[in-house]
Design a protein around this ligand. Structure first.
Ligand code: ATP
Ligand code: MG
Length: 388
């Protein structure tokens, strides 16, 4: 087991900068998921940790060693690839042992013992004599994981290992990976572009965009306190609604209010609101935090319905406010709304967000207003204040 540290790591391919200035410390035994849109540098980051790519600048440390200049084979890591990279002409057993048999690290008995143990853990004992073409996608995936297990690495690296599986198998394998991690406690870095996979698997999620880190936090914290509009919109499905507003104060008894041409929503008071007064901001509310109500309320605004999607256990309503599309959720899937109908939707006052329209930085999260709960936007504002 080992901690991993990237220090100001940059990777350039000719004129493409794949990742830039990554600094992050992954704890020993932690399950960390890298998530972000296609091309944001996830695989490159993993390959830089593994040693399959060398850094253009910066340092990589695994455990107590600086491995920046070491080969992949010397780093004590083991990687599972998206396409499993199994040899088609070899049995599952040979695929699992390939490489370690030739490296002389272990003798034959030790190898057999390790394969048996890995096969038991992964429940593939009866499949070891089959070739990959005789295995299902999920079974091939287990063989690929078996290959990393027998190496008993300090670090597991996995690049979209479940992306070739159907939805049901993916959910099942996800649970098995969690179980495996609980058992072995090996530091794991897992890449996916699926934010749901990231949320369910990770101790901490690293959200990346354009080769840079946007936020590193445990899943729930990321969801409740996104550091910026990118994270707010990327994490959560359907996405958070974002509508441009102006923040004003004093219209109703000195209350803070988000003002849009078509609505006004009060913002529970917090010190982080004061600098935003008189400024434009992007107002954010998640679909599940804006629900239809029969009559207008203090926290409601009106949307014009365009379509509804019945998900069986809930209803998703797509509509608009001015020229902005918004999505809201109703817990009652049997409720009916007609296209063109005006619906009042009420926001949960504890779940409102404001972002800087230019930088995307989070300016305000309403949760915990007045209850002394730490607000990261506030803490950030305070630390910026103390620096200047
Ligand atoms: N060997 C290479 N040569 C040139 N450019 C590369 C190379 N590998 C990656 N890139 C570029 O670096 C950027 C990051 O690529 P990377 O594969 O890390 O993205 P990713 O986040 O894994 O994307 P995906 O979700 O599509 O797998 C992309 O712009 C990609 O085109
Ligand atoms: Mg990739």
């Amino acid at each position: 087991m080992a901690r991993i540290e990237l220090q100001d790591v940059t990777k350039r391919f000719d004129d493409v900068t794949a990742v830039e200035g990554l600094t992050i410390e992954l704890r020993d035994g932690e399950f960390v998921v890298l998530v972000g849109p296609s091309g944001c540098g996830k695989s490159t980051t993993l390959r830089l940790i593994s040693g399959l790519e060398t850094v253009s600048a910066g340092r990589v440390r695994i455990g107590d060693r600086d491995v920046t200049d070491l080969d992949a084979a010397q780093r004590g890591v083991s990687m599972v690839f998206q396409d499993y990279a199994l040899f088609p002409h070899m049995t599952a057993r040979r695929n699992i042992t390939f490489g370690i048999t030739s490296s002389n690290d272990f003798d034959g008995d030790e190898i057999d013992r390790r394969v048996d143990e890995a096969a038991r853990t992964l429940d593939i004992e009866d499949l070891l004599d089959r070739k990959p073409s005789e295995l299902s996608g999920g079974e091939q995936q287990r063989v690929a994981i078996g290959r990393t297990l027998v190496r008993d690495p300090d670090v597991f690296l996995m690049d979209e290992p479940l992306s070739n599986l159907d939805a049901k198998l993916r959910v099942q394998m996800r649970a098995e990976l969690q179980e495996l991690h609980r058992e072995l406690g090996t530091t794991t870095v897992y890449v996916t572009h699926d934010q749901e996979e990231a949320m369910t698997l990770a101790d901490r999620v690293v959200v990346m965009a354009g080769g840079e880190i946007m936020q590193v936090d445990p899943p729930q914290r990321l969801y409740d306190y996104p550091d910026n509009q990118f994270v707010a919109e990327f994490i959560g499905s359907p996405s958070m609604n974002v509508v441009p507003v102006a923040v004003e104060r004093g219209r109703r008894d000195g209350e803070y209010v988000a003002v849009h041409r078509d609505f006004e929503v009060p913002l529970p008071a917090k010190p982080s609101l004061e600098p935003v007064v008189g400024e434009p901001a992007n107002f954010g509310v998640r679909p599940e935090d804006a629900t239809p109500v029969d009559a207008p309320t203090e926290y409601s605004f009106d949307i014009e319905v365009s379509v509804t999607e019945n998900l069986g256990d809930e209803l998703l309503i797509l509509g608009s406010v001015g020229d902005r599309d918004v999505r809201v959720r109703s817990e009652n899937p049997r409720e009916e709304f007609e296209p063109g109908e005006t619906v009042h939707v009420e926001c949960d006052p504890d779940r409102l967000h404001l972002f800087d329209p230019e930088t995307g930085e989070a300016l305000y999260h309403s949760e915990g207003a007045g209850e002394g709960v730490a607000d990261p936007a506030e803490a950030a504002a305070a630390s910026r204040g103390s620096e200047s």
